[in-house]
Design a protein around this ligand. Structure first.
Ligand SMILES: Nc1ncnc2c1ncn2[C@@H]1O[C@H](COP(=O)(O)OP(=O)(O)OP(=O)(O)O)[C@@H](O)[C@H]1O
Length: 229
């Protein structure tokens, strides 16, 4: 589902954010992405979302080589990638339902199908009873679940998360991680960038570790730092 082949990303001539990174994540695989601040985690996620392009090497997502993808095809690729952020980026002047419906409305889905799919997503994250509420009325963990429902409402085959539990206590963080694990069980590929080493070790999943732009563990499923696959 995601393949990096010798990927290097330089933002300017003397600064290399990623160096010759190689890895492959299969369909339905769940992996963590970790490393110190500035190690290159966000850069790696941005390459998958085509927010940045590699300086060298190849990025392949869903069988498609992204390097020279024409700009007009970028929205099509992004529809296949659900993204969850730490601050979940919800709109507080809209209801929970309206927040989750947004990606479907952009795609021109009919109102009837929007209702059905939003409720299916709310059901998956356990918030079916909260659709009419304003996100401000929800707890931090519930708000993050709304963000996840929005990321999966159009059933993307790939889910990326950037520090999705950054503001949550350990119990709520574990709940969110279990939710991601459920998506991977039904075939969604999930890549989660996180600093939370305790939580990562509790999950016992493959872990890609970046250090100053080098992938130092987890590049192949059986390499150091990888467990459980
Ligand atoms: N748009 C940019 N222009 C120039 N340099 C950048 C840009 N984005 C990131 N960098 C640099 O690339 C390196 C990797 O940054 P990146 O944001 O990928 O790290 P990170 O591991 O996500 O860090 P954090 O955990 O702090 O978010 C850093 O040295 C950063 O300063």
């Amino acid at each position: 589902m995601i393949e990096f082949r010798q990927v290097t990303k330089r933002y300017d001539s003397d600064h290399t954010a990623l160096r010759q990174v190689n890895f492959h994540l299969g369909r339905g695989e769940l992996a963590f992405l970790t490393g110190h601040s500035g190690a290159g985690k966000s850069t790696l996620l941005k390459l998958i979302m085509v927010m940045e392009r590699p300086s060298a090497g190849e990025v392949v997502v869903g069988g498609q080589l992204l390097n020279r993808l024409p700009k007009r095809q970028i929205p099509y690729i992004r529809r296949h990638v659900g993204v969850v952020f730490q601050n979940h980026q919800l709109l507080f002047d809209r209801t929970v339902f309206e927040n989750i419906a947004m990606p479907l409305e952009v795609m021109g889905v009919s109102p009837r199908d929007v209702g059905r799919r939003v409720r299916a997503a709310l059901d998956k994250v356990g918030l079916l009873s909260k659709e009419k509420m304003n996100p401000l009325q929800l707890s931090g963990g519930e708000q993050q679940r709304v963000g996840i429902a929005r990321a999966v409402v159009n059933k993307p085959p790939l889910l990326l998360a950037d520090e999705p539990t950054g503001n949550l206590d350990p119990d709520l963080s574990a709940d969110i991680m279990n939710l991601f694990a459920q998506f991977s069980q039904v075939g969604v590929t999930v890549l989660i960038a996180s600093h939370d080493l305790t939580l990562i070790s509790e999950m016992g999943r493959r872990t890609l570790t970046l250090d100053h732009g080098n992938l130092i563990a987890g590049g192949s499923p059986l390499q150091g730092g990888a467990r459980g696959r």
